[in-house]
Design a protein around this ligand. Structure first.
Ligand code: TYD
Length: 136
């Protein structure tokens, strides 16, 4: 899987005088079953999160509050995607190196993931990531 498989997903947004409601359903808005939700918050200005790839994991990342950027890299092509809207998420397929940066104050990143946490699924070293990509 490569960068062309990653994409921004516009989520349903139901707006009325009481505010907005968005939702994500497994197999509908996202092409995977959701087995875990985690979130990043209290991220200091200038901090960089991520810095790894996943062998099997599918994810959807949403800026639930505030904004940040995600660098995605398949070992050949790179792209930087800005997220700043709770009704839009970035789908990241397996085997994509990612770095999250440029967090605004009080931002919250919510991540929907296809599997429970498994450290064995991580490639935390960029050279190892490139090696696996070339091998595969
Ligand atoms: P890490 O994946 O390095 O964070 P990020 O990619 O957002 O910068 O995870 C930080 C720590 O949290 C690390 O010790 C693993 C642990 N962790 C869990 O226990 N469960 C989880 O679901 C996640 C995402 C991380």
């Amino acid at each position: 899987m490569s960068l062309v498989n990653c994409r921004l997903i516009d989520l349903p947004e139901l707006k009325d005088s009481r505010g907005s409601l968005s939702f994500v359903e497994a197999g509908r808005q996202v092409p995977f079953l959701i087995r875990r939700i985690y979130y990043l918050y209290g991220v200091p200005l200038g901090a960089v999160r991520g810095g790894h790839a996943h062998k099997e994991l599918h994810q959807l990342m949403i800026a639930m509050h505030g904004s940040f950027e995600i660098l995605i890299d398949d070992g050949i092509n790179k792209s930087v995607v800005a997220l700043n809207n709770p009704a839009r998420g970035l789908y990241i397929c397996p085997m994509i190196w990612r770095e999250l940066r440029g967090f605004s104050g009080y931002s919250v990143c919510v991540v929907l993931a296809s599997e429970v946490y498994n450290e064995d699924d991580y490639l935390r070293n960029y050279s190892d990531f490139l090696g696996v990509r070339k091998g595969g």
